[in-house]
Design a protein around this ligand. Structure first.
Ligand SMILES: *Cc1c(COP(=O)(O)O)cnc(C)c1O
Length: 412
């Protein structure tokens, strides 16, 4: 009989979002009269329609596919040059960050990229992950056999966890021990924390000293509002020799259902083969990408490219300001209710301590049953998320105001 990849069996059964879905569905079916009242601030999915420039560009691209002269079949696996050049210019060069168009690999989203990147790395790397964190980093390492078994608190043997706590402002310092691959995500999902230039400089110094690679997830880069916070790991001198950056149009352009992202691998980035030779990481990723991926949709790439025009930038900005406005309303409501609040300023997530030391799933149930609001329990993002919850600001203004009202009412 065929054999499975046994590492999959190590995965914890209750993956966060299915478990949330299960509890919401159970409550709704037991209380059908209240089902329509439930407001979802759980999953980090956008709610507002796409910027008009993207809609127009995609309509036009559909028409391109209707005529032989303008039809596009398979495109370059790495993405069309007109998109990669816009990314290099507007997202990097204009902000003083050096990234060449041919160091950008366009994909159908950052989730796939953060998981797929493990294809090109060996299995004996020491992997460091922040805790709490976007669950994809941990689970893809489990699937790849880079960890041991799960422990009772949901963490895995063999991973190096970087505790993110109120004491370090949810930005971990480099550990006192060696790691080969380090995941970092700023602005952070779930805590909304951002790293300062000095903190990122310490991570780059650590990576150089340890010949480690930083896997830097910048999916929320566009939400940074505080001056001086680096928008890219490549804004730090030396990062081109030790970092890969993941980016996405999902949160900044509302592309969660449209699908487009990219990864940046600088030419200077190298890692060792079994014989100790330095191999360019981009060579392996390029080989992987061209073998296992056939390019993001032409129509979608046209939509993404439209976001870089001055008009597109203005529309994107408006979208982000809408969500950040919600985040401010939700943060304020939690503060007024006497809760300790982080994030919400440079990210669409508000990270909150549960009242009275309540467990995060216990508070999830209380919010669902008594306020009909779905939040995300912090424990779902890692053991150090216990005692916290995340509220997503991805919502209509009306819903954000209503959630703010219900939080104040529930806890006053
Ligand atoms: C939403 C998100 C992504 C982006 O996912 P896509 O696959 O591009 O939609 C990546 N990283 C983090 C931390 C996220 O929250």
């Amino acid at each position: 009989m065929a054999r499975i990849n046994d590492h999959f069996l190590k995965l914890q059964a209750g993956y966060l979002f299915p478990e949330i879905g299960r509890r919401v569905a159970a409550y709704a079916s037991e209380h059908p009269d209240q089902a329509g009242d439930i407001i979802r601030c759980g999953i980090g999915d956008v709610t507002e329609p796409l910027p008009q420039v993207a809609i127009e560009a995609m309509h036009k691209a559909v028409d391109d596919q209707a005529a032989r002269e303008t039809f596009h079949g398979y495109g370059p696996e790495q993405g069309y040059d007109w998109l990669r050049e816009q990314i290099a210019k507007v997202s990097y060069a204009e902000r003083g960050v050096q990234v060449e168009a041919d160091e950008i690999y366009v994909s159908d989203g950052a989730k796939c990229d953060t998981g797929n990147i493990l294809d090109i790395f060996g299995h004996d790397n020491v992997v460091a992950v922040p805790d709490p964190v976007y669950p994809v980093y941990v689970d893809t390492n489990v699937m790849n056999g880079n960890t041991g078994e799960a422990r009772a608190d949901g963490s895995y043997e063999g991973l190096l966890y970087l505790a993110c706590t109120p004491e370090n402002g949810f930005v971990p310092e480099p550990p006192g021990q060696h790691a080969d691959l380090v995941y970092l995500c700023f602005p952070n999902n779930p805590t909304g924390a951002v790293a300062s230039r000095e903190q990122l400089e310490r991570w780059v110094a650590y990576a150089k000293e340890n010949e480690a690679i930083l896997l830097y997830d910048g999916a929320y880069e566009a939400f940074i509002t505080e001056p001086g916070i680096p928008s890219s790991i490549f804004a730090i001198p030396g990062a081109r020799e030790c970092a890969i950056e993941f980016r996405s149009f999902s949160k900044q352009g509302g592309f969660t259902g449209t699908r487009c992202g990219y990864i940046v691998i600088p030419k200077e980035l190298h890692a060792k083969d079994a014989k100790g030779n330095d191999i360019p990481v981009s060579r392996l990723w390029s080989r992987r990408h061209t073998t296992k991926f056939n390019g993001a949709s032409y129509i979608v790439q046209r939509g993404a490219a439209a976001l870089f025009s001055p008009e597109g930038q203005a529309q994107t900005r408006a979208l982000i300001e809408h969500y950040l406005g919600n985040a401010a309303i939700l943060s304020e409501a939690c503060r007024k209710a006497g809760l300790k609040v982080w994030g919400g300023k440079n990210a669409p997530y508000v990270w909150v301590q549960t009242p009275g030391g309540m467990g995060s799933w216990e508070f999830f149930d209380k919010m669902l049953h008594e306020a009909h609001v779905v939040i995300t329990p912090g424990a779902g993002f890692g053991a150090h998320g216990e005692g916290f919850f995340r509220i997503s600001a991805f919502n209509s203004r009306e819903n954000a105001l209503e959630v703010a009202h219900r939080i104040e009412k529930l806890l006053s």
